[in-house]
Design a binder for this molecule. Sequence first.
Ligand code: 13P
Length: 272
Amino acid sequence: MALVNMKDLLRQAEAGSYAVGCFSAANMECIRGVIQAAEDCRAPVILQVAEIRLPYSPLPLIGPMMLAAARQASVPVAVHLDHGKTMECLREALELGFTSVMCDGSDLPIDQNVAMARETVRLASRTGAAVEAEVGRVGRGEDGAELKEQIASFEDCLRMDETGIDALAVGIGNAHGLYTAEPQLRYDVLEEIRGRVRAALVMHGGTGLTDEQFRRVIRLGMRKINIATDIFMAQAGACRGTDIFQNISASVEAVRNTTARYIKLFGSEGKA
Ligand code: 13P
């Protein structure tokens, strides 16, 4: 039984000054690859699926599979809904037993974003699940939709923190998907908010950042780092032939290797 609450993983990451990797899962191979890497590295890990991906991986199917994989794992695994945009989806994930949900109101005016976070905190208190929200905006949608990134303001970070959320994704010039040029991350924003918000800081848009950028944001307090595109590309690249079973094995192995590299980089190896 290694399904755990994300709050505990983030608290331990803060105490140990490392980040927990949060990996997006589109199918069973992906789930298995992430868990195997976490077990190989004796690392805590977060498995997530985003609302925008549910047309491909329906929540009533992938959700229970993620939860079952977490329960069977020999390391602590939190199961998280990424970029929950609707209260229906947030509610469904909580009812399934997800131990964390993200309510993404980053494209709403700040008052509405705060109201959405408050409502999600209220709903999640019934199961004790953790809640993540976003301020500023991570550029480009999870599905590749064009969105301009916005840098989080200090005031908005404080307002969001007061809602009682456990994790705060901050826009610091990061974007989902592949970067077309090296991102200019605003480390000064992290320096300003570090130690002044209760919520653990979250970095979206991990794919394409350099090792040095990862190390620096972790030094500045990022405790959860999301990786999606690199996992999806590793899987797709591994499926070459027409033998489905070979493709399944190759796909699990590709995700396992990709995930392990990030776990080591984030400093969470050996922390389970
Ligand atoms: P990447 O696709 O850039 O790795 O971003 C993942 C992410 O932030 C999911 O929320």
